[in-house]
Design a protein around this ligand. Structure first.
Ligand code: GDP
Ligand code: MG
Length: 371
């Protein structure tokens, strides 16, 4: 059950703790200021003292920040698919990401001096864009999912044609299935003399994946990150899958997205790579992310260029946060600094209390009460 200390309850009501203790005493309960009471008792006390109690969860605060109203049909436009590459170690995740990026970077990129921003966009042969999250591996995917962040539309499962389905391949398949995210299979390293793509297809069957060439529905592509073979087809396949998923977003609303990664940069301060998921982020916007907020000082795209705004499925570096947010944090535009402070102070307090509860060893969480 949720609990709260008498001191904290008093603080939240702007009452004296001694008055709370007195009231409890009247009900036959003897307490010290540091004692913990359960949320129902806390609510009774608060009401007794003339306060309106609202139990607020973190997400409720967040919900107040973003509108629940569905977007109007006419405001929705197609958006690029957001793709994560997963698979067994050494099967070529990093190589594929690099090869796709190297072969398809949008023209005019500043002299090949590409900084790593954790995600990038490339154009498929059709000209349509595809967004890749450049943090391969299950850790990123699972930790984000554990935090309730859904950033990926499609998972590419890489299987080395010379090695076949391995434990982490199976794990990746299970992650994608659990997340309800469609999969595309990239059978990699087909340039190798001992490549056996047919074996991969058969092995996948044992994990309930029937690829297209075997009469199933899962798209599969034979590729080589080394020679570049099959990569255009893979990109087209991702685009096709995106069309099937009918991925759309309203870019004409306040920006919302998720922090993909963030770090404190010596010169630039906190830098967060954000994937925009709805609406459009503009420089000058005031945003919150987890317990941090900031006024966006600069938006930098995946080619290192400063941009004035970023729309749905676009990854950008966001400069201007007052602190470093965490990967998986929701980024939401708020109307003003006061609101940003209010939200982040509330979240910071919850964070602290959770930490205290943990380090205190007692099995207490908190009752979220506000006047
Ligand atoms: P990851 O652990 O899944 O990220 O795998 P890497 O991208 O690091 O690749 C592991 C090894 O396989 C590296 O030595 C790569 O050079 C090699 N490799 C990756 N893709 C290919 C490919 O298509 N063909 C060949 N021959 N080697 C590849
Ligand atoms: Mg790697």
């Amino acid at each position: 059950p949720e609990t709260i200390t008498i001191q904290e309850l008093a603080n939240r009501m702007s009452e004296r703790a001694v008055d709370v203790i007195r009231l409890l005493m009247k009900q036959g309960q003897i307490h010290k200021i540091t004692d913990v009471i359960d949320s129902d008792t806390a609510q009774l006390i608060a009401e007794e003292m003339g306060h309106t109690v609202r139990r607020v969860a973190e997400s409720d605060v967040e919900e107040g920040l973003t509108s629940d109203e569905p977007d109007l049909e006419e405001d929705l436009d197609p958006r690029p698919p957001v793709v994560t590459i997963m698979g067994h170690v050494d099967h070529g995740k990093t190589s594929l990401l690099d090869a796709i990026r190297a072969a398809n970077v949008v023209e005019g990129e500043a002299g090949g001096i590409t900084q790593h921003i954790g995600a990038y966009q490339v154009a498929a042969p059709s000209g349509d864009l595809v967004t890749f999250i450049d943090t391969p591996g299950h850790a990123a995917f699972t930790s984000m999912r554990a935090r309730g962040a859904k950033v990926t539309d499609i998972v590419v499962i890489v299987v080395a044609a010379d090695d076949g389905v391995m434990p982490q391949t199976v794990e990746a398949i299970q992650h994608a299935k659990a997340a309800g995210v469609p999969m595309i299979i990239a059978i990699n390293k087909i340039d190798k003399p001992d490549a056996n793509p047919q074996r991969v297809r058969t092995e996948l069957l044992q994990h309930d994946i029937q690829v297209e060439s075997m009469g199933g529905e899962t798209l599969e592509f034979e590729v080589s990150a080394k020679t570049g073979e099959g990569l255009p087809e893979l990109l087209e396949g991702l685009q096709l899958q995106a069309e099937i998923l009918n991925l759309r977003a309203n870019e004409k609303r306040d920006g919302e997205g998720t922090v993909i990664e963030a770090q404190l940069d010596r010169g630039r301060g906190p830098v967060a790579t954000v994937l925009v998921q709805r609406g459009t982020l503009f420089t000058g916007d005031i945003v919150v992310a987890g317990a941090e907020w900031g006024r966006i000082r600069a938006l930098i795209d995946d080619t290192g260029k400063h941009v004035p705004y970023a729309g749905p499925s676009v990854p950008v570096e966001v400069l201007g946060f007052n602190g470093t947010p965490d990967a998986g944090d929701r980024v939401i535009v708020v109307p003003n600094e006061a609101r940003a402070r209010e939200v982040t102070e509330y979240r910071a307090r919850i964070k602290r209390e959770r930490l205290n509860a943990r380090t205190g060893g007692a099995n207490r969480s908190l009752v979220d009460m506000m006047r």
